[in-house]
Design a protein around this ligand. Structure first.
Ligand code: ZN
Ligand code: ZN
Length: 419
């Protein structure tokens, strides 16, 4: 028996129907806000992520699916979407368009993490990138859009956490102090953080290990180190949220796991999920394009974990049944079957969801199956019907039955068997 690889899974009906509904709703809302879809390759040159995401991140140092192809080139299954979008933006010189660019992507990402509830090795993200603007209002607009999506999908127990991690001018001052504090307490830090204290102290704030958490709580806040432009940007951003009546909590420890963020960072968490409670993570990444060898480009975006959304919706959708065919065609005998194949073609051309039974069976057995499949109507196609040109059309839930000609079927169903 060959099984799916650990950390991956099949999305089966009726769950796949929930995925469709969530994705369709997302696309609908993204359109309202002027976003267009971008589809980048699933695999990229490894260098894109080691440069774009950062060598010292968990993603690059331990979680990537990287391999040599037959030409000994190092290839990586994308662990996140932003680096690819910015690579594409630079490669196709999309910056030549004077407008700000609003892009979104939707698809699988790959990270070799320990699989647990709400976290798999192939997981799915909806991501949004706004390129070419550093206006704080665009940040508030993106968050407003997220809230609309979560509300419409039916997720309410959420918390919006915000922070600013400054810029290349003001952050170094904070990092200097942070480094000194961390080195002073180095012995009490976890092994990873002992290394991070020297290479990338900001990432210590991200550590979930308890002994580190104790130390992290006593560290100075980056918000006290912001320079004037960063402070102003953050205040304006908060004001735009207030104007929209969007509730938030400032979280000075929120730095996100990726190196390319500047100024605004944010997360939306769910109080209904366990340890893996982050639904959305995002922020501003004005430094990324340059890291990838391009011109300086302002960017703001987020990634939303679809698996966690689905997890939250599962209870709500427990009663959801897959879209069933509207009409079940029950052929009797070989001639009836031949005719039924043509009736099915005809009805589908007219836009009716239609199921043709391929197994020869009695009328009684066909009824039972139609009931089980929860189809709304059943049409009997036997030799008698062929001769008369009139077919019994039965409404399943109340047993109402009428005789119809083939060309009337669609119309009669549209009108609920009336007239
Ligand atoms: Zn700054
Ligand atoms: Zn740690």
């Amino acid at each position: 028996m060959i099984r799916a690889i650990k950390g991956t899974r099949d999305i089966l009906p009726p769950e796949s129907e929930i995925w469709n509904q969530v994705e369709n709703l997302a696309r609908e809302i993204l359109l309202l806000y002027g976003f267009s879809e971008i589809r980048t390759p699933i695999f990229e040159n490894t260098e894109l992520f080691s440069r774009g995401v950062g060598k010292d991140t968990d993603i690059v140092s331990k979680e990537m699916y990287s391999f040599l192809d037959r030409n000994n080139r190092s290839i990586t299954l994308r662990p996140e979407g932003t680096a690819s979008v910015v690579r594409s933006y630079l490669e196709h010189q999309l910056y030549n368009d004077p407008q700000i660019l609003k892009l979104y992507y939707l698809g699988p990402m790959f990270r070799r993490e320990r699989p647990q509830k709400g976290r798999s090795r192939q997981f799915h993200q909806l991501g949004v990138e706004v390129l070419g603007s550093d206006h704080p209002a665009i940040e508030a607009e993106v968050i407003e859009m997220l809230q609309l999506f979560l509300n419409r999908v039916g997720i309410t127990n959420t918390e919006l956490l915000l922070n600013s991690i400054g810029c290349s001018h003001c952050r170094p001052n904070y990092l200097k102090i942070l480094k000194i504090k961390l080195i002073n307490t180095q012995a009490n830090l976890c092994v990873d953080c002992q290394r991070r204290a020297l290479t990338n102290p900001l990432r210590v704030l991200d550590c979930k290990i308890e002994s580190c958490q104790l130390i992290i709580k006593s560290l100075p806040s980056i918000l006290d180190f912001l320079d004037q432009p960063c402070q102003k940007h953050f205040e304006q951003f908060l004001q735009y949220l207030k104007d929209r009546h969007i509730k938030y909590k400032v979280a000075p420890l929120l730095v996100r796991g990726l190196d390319y963020y500047t100024q605004t960072t944010f997360e939306i968490t769910s109080t209904s999920l366990g340890a893996q409670n982050t639904l959305v993570g995002g922020g501003r990444y004005d430094g990324l394009a340059e890291l990838l060898g391009g011109q300086s480009t302002q960017g703001f975006g987020f990634a939303l974990g679809i698996e966690r959304i689905i997890l939250l919706l599962q209870e709500k959708f427990a009663s959801l049944t897959p879209k069933t065919p509207t009409i079940f065609l029950a052929p009797l005998g070989e001639k009836g079957f031949k005719k039924a194949t043509l009736v099915a073609q005809n009805l589908r051309n007219q836009g009716l969801r239609c199921l043709l039974d391929f197994t020869p069976r009695s009328l009684k057995s066909a009824m039972r199956l139609a009931n089980k499949l929860k189809t709304q109507y059943l049409l009997i196609v036997g030799s008698e019907e062929l001769e008369s040109g009139k077919y019994p059309l039965k409404r399943m839930h109340d047993g109402t039955q009428i005789l119809v000609e083939e060309k009337e079927i669609f119309y009669k169903i549209e009108n609920g068997l009336e007239n």
